[in-house]
Design a binder for this molecule. Structure first.
Ligand SMILES: [Zn+2]
Length: 451
């Protein structure tokens, strides 16, 4: 709040220019400038960057094209033309020709479920300053892994909004971030009553501004996140993955609380993501009109019917199973039982949703899983029977649609943001190759090039 008031005072005292800058800053959809920028020619036409793509997966789901030229200008894709064109073919000014003729080139990836302010392993009682630094470090790792856009669905610090804005202004390397702020959860619900922080001698309580009971408080909690700068709203209808009741747990939020949160968010143009593990929690969120179910491990046939009716996306975050599996041997009996419950049910249930046509958007829960290793999630999608094309779509076209950004990202097409990555081998032959992204361009700026 102090930061905002100071900004407002500055704006008032220095008139229109500063004020319009503040307004642009506050916009949830503030566009990212093509920072560090291609050189600007004397005639003020921004120079183009030419990319030679050996294999171009421009629109995941459509057949890839061989030997294509992508023309990038002012942070956007200007054109895609067959063959490897030269600077002379394109017409001056051309800033650079990037040779990816031996690579597979595809749209920047999107992770719809991360927690950048949470390091790995998680440490919950950190200061806001720590949270900002942790988030910047994780943002850099995430971008280097080929993820040019992420949705941060629960920080325990407003630092996430500062980090988002600083990256958008080009002050630090990182993916474009849509941020939820604090999770909307009920007293003793997820993140309030179920995450113990031994060092602080109690519970984390890190969603202080998101805790609400009853529809009026939940409206207020949603509006508070939006006031702080939320692009999206996250609610939690069940406790975390450590609830021994697993699929049989009730919904923590009552129907009127869910509906209040969803209608308030939608009225403000924000989508709603719902953390839900148990069947009742998933079904209550879907009936309440949420836009996505996060995790969803214990969805059943009835849940699938609700997904189909509402058009909501499923964001599986199955790579969490790797972390559960890794801790199995040293876990106590109850944690082992929980791990077994997830491993025995989640892959089958997510697979059933996929086969039934529920749209799936890529998400990893990075923060609860390691940042920068997101591509491990793709292996789970293959394991449950997804085609390689559909696997790619989860992190491109599908996730772009869930985020409401499908006009800007998710494919490499004229007019879209130049978020472009490359791999040494064709990910349609083996999705594991996505673990080794060799080239990353974010909004027209090259941030990684191992070619
Ligand atoms: Zn999460």
């Amino acid at each position: 709040m102090i930061r905002r008031n100071l900004a407002l005072l500055t704006a008032m005292s220095s008139a229109l220019l500063t004020f319009s800058a503040l307004a642009a800053d506050a916009s949830p959809s503030a566009t990212i400038k093509p920072s560090s920028a291609a050189p600007v020619a004397s005639d003020a036409v921004t120079a183009a960057t030419i990319i030679h793509a050996g294999l171009l997966i421009a629109v995941p789901g459509s057949p890839p094209l061989k030997d294509q030229t992508i023309v990038v200008r002012a942070g956007k894709v200007e054109a895609i033309r067959p063959g490897f064109l030269s600077a002379a073919d394109i017409g001056e000014p051309v800033a650079a020709v990037i040779d990816l003729s031996r690579s597979a080139v595809l749209p920047g990836l999107i992770d719809a479920h991360v927690h950048l302010t949470i390091g790995w392993p998680p440490k919950l009682n950190q200061s806001d300053a720590d949270a900002a630094l942790v988030a910047l470090e994780n943002a850099r790792k995430t971008l280097a892994a080929g993820f040019t856009t992420v949705r941060d669905v629960g920080a325990f610090s407003d630092a996430i909004f500062s980090v988002r804005d600083a990256i958008n202004k080009g002050r630090f390397d990182g993916p474009r971030i849509l941020a939820a702020g604090d999770i909307i959860s009920v007293t003793n619900g997820h993140g309030h009553g179920d995450i113990a922080v031994p060092e602080s001698g109690g519970f984390a309580g890190f969603h202080a501004s998101g805790i609400c009971d009853g529809p009026f408080e939940c409206r207020k909690a949603v509006r508070t996140q939006i006031m702080h700068g939320a692009d999206v709203i996250k609610i939690a209808t069940t406790k975390g993955g450590n609830d021994p009741r697993l699929g049989a747990a009730p919904s923590e939020m009552m129907d009127d609380e869910i509906v209040a949160a969803v209608t308030t968010a939608h009225a403000a143009g924000r989508k709603v993501a719902a953390h839900a593990h148990s069947t009742a929690g998933i079904d209550a969120a879907l009936a309440g009109g949420v836009d996505s179910i996060e995790h969803g491990g214990f969805l059943d046939k009835g849940s699938i019917a609700l997904f189909k009716k509402s058009g909501a996306f499923l964001v599986p975050t199955m790579v969490v199973l790797n972390s559960l599996q890794a801790g199995y041997d040293r876990a106590d009996p109850q944690t082992r039982a929980i791990t077994r419950g997830f491993l025995d049910n989640m892959p089958n249930n997510i697979g059933a949703a996929y086969r039934a046509g529920v749209p799936i958007a890529f998400g990893t829960d990075a923060g609860i899983t390691p940042h920068g290793k997101q591509a491990l999630e793709f292996l789970w999608y293959r394991k449950i029977g997804m085609t390689p094309g559909d696997v790619l779509r989860t992190a491109t076209t599908n996730a772009a649609k869930l985020l409401g950004l499908d006009a800007e990202i998710g494919t490499i097409e004229a007019g879209k943001r130049a978020d472009i990555i490359a791999t040494g081998a064709n990910p349609l032959d083996d999705v594991a190759t996505l673990q080794h992204v060799t080239f990353v361009m974010a909004a027209g700026r090259v941030v990684k090039d191992e070619e």
